[in-house]
Design a protein around this ligand. Sequence first.
Ligand SMILES: Cc1cc2nc3c(=O)[nH]c(=O)nc-3n(C[C@H](O)[C@H](O)[C@H](O)COP(=O)(O)OP(=O)(O)OC[C@H]3O[C@@H](n4cnc5c(N)ncnc54)[C@H](O)[C@@H]3O)c2cc1C
Length: 394
Amino acid sequence: MADNLEDFRTEVRSWLAANCPPEMREPLEDDEDRCWGGRKAQFKNPAQKQWLDAMAGRGWTVPEWPAQYGGGGLSREEAKVLREEMRRINARSPLDSFGIWMLGPALLKYGTEEQKQRFLPPIIRGEIRWCQGYSEPGAGSDLASIQTRAEDRGDHWIVNGQKVWTSYADKADWIFCLVRTDPTAKKHEGISFVLFDMETPGVSTKPIVLISGKSPFCETFFDDVRVEKENLVGELNKGWDVAKYLLQHERAMIGGMGELAGPRPLGQVAADSVGAENGMLADPMLRAQIATLDIDSIAFKLAMERTGDLMKRKKAHPADASVLKYYGTELNKRRHELIMAAGGADALEWESERSRGGHDARAWLRTKANSIEGGTSEVQLNIIAKRILNLPGA
Ligand SMILES: Cc1cc2nc3c(=O)[nH]c(=O)nc-3n(C[C@H](O)[C@H](O)[C@H](O)COP(=O)(O)OP(=O)(O)OC[C@H]3O[C@@H](n4cnc5c(N)ncnc54)[C@H](O)[C@@H]3O)c2cc1C
């Protein structure tokens, strides 16, 4: 195995050297540098498209998905080698995608063969961009209270209702959506998981502005939207099972933000601002906080690896994703608090060229949402208390 892996590493290294354009080895400046693909994709430069196509061509936008749907078909060990080699040259992710992080795993588990053949390849190639229609004005933490209604009309449903906080709904091509198909059943029952095109007549979106000044998400309205029955994933009225499974993947993915270091080490940012004495950061409190964060980040990274291995062997606890979500997002918020503390007053600049349009301040404010999106920290702690620690429920 070791020999094979070393051969694989050599092959990956030379392939990346030949195929990862230099522009795609530069750190991301902001969210707009990410490649989300989709029908309305706007590539920042030709290199971004070239990188997506090269990686998608090998199925390496999803290294561990089955090759029969266009995935890489790699083992977990091989995928780890690929990630390490990409990290070594600072290669950017070729594609960020709700299809990859959330819908794909749910389709692989609950989709019919026909649905897998139809929906997975365009996700892998970045051709269709997905958004998530879960939350509603009266259903966030208490998600099973959703009221969006799908009325049975024989070979299709007619959907009416409203979603909220739908990230990138205005840019997405398709939506995976929770709808109520049996209003008489108990609230966790009678929910179904359906897919439909955002260009279907009756779908409209209205962007909501965030505290960071950016507007990445929307209110989404459904007004007599026709949804074909073939687009039901899983069983009718059993959408809650699909929804929960997808949430595990979403939470693990959001928790992964805890692993993300900024383009420059925090100690260096702080040294530029508060200065150094005897080769050490001049502010001892800040020094201690940065050291603690670094240690916690390493521990979290190892915990992510361990949980990933357990998941692959189907030995992870279903609530492990809540542990990663909780800790990773709190860690990311702490990191950005420290970036602000380390940057001093300059970090608060909002619109200047020097601050790259208030990059640090806007990124710091954006992290405030990390412990809300995908389920709040309080809700994750409830899940951990109940399902891992076996404490009595409220
Ligand atoms: C940036 C961002 C992007 C998002 N993207 C999407 C998306 O793409 N698609 C989508 O469907 N949704 C999305 N969401 C919505 C997100 O999933 C919800 O905001 C989240 O589940 C919380 O629901 P809520 O906002 O209704 O808050 P509420 O559920 O009303 O919670 C309000 C407060 O009460 C606390 N609380 C609630 N219940 C309990 C409890 N039982 N015990 C203890 N405390 C509790 C919460 O922790 C929170 O502090 C996004 C949210 C954000 C911030």
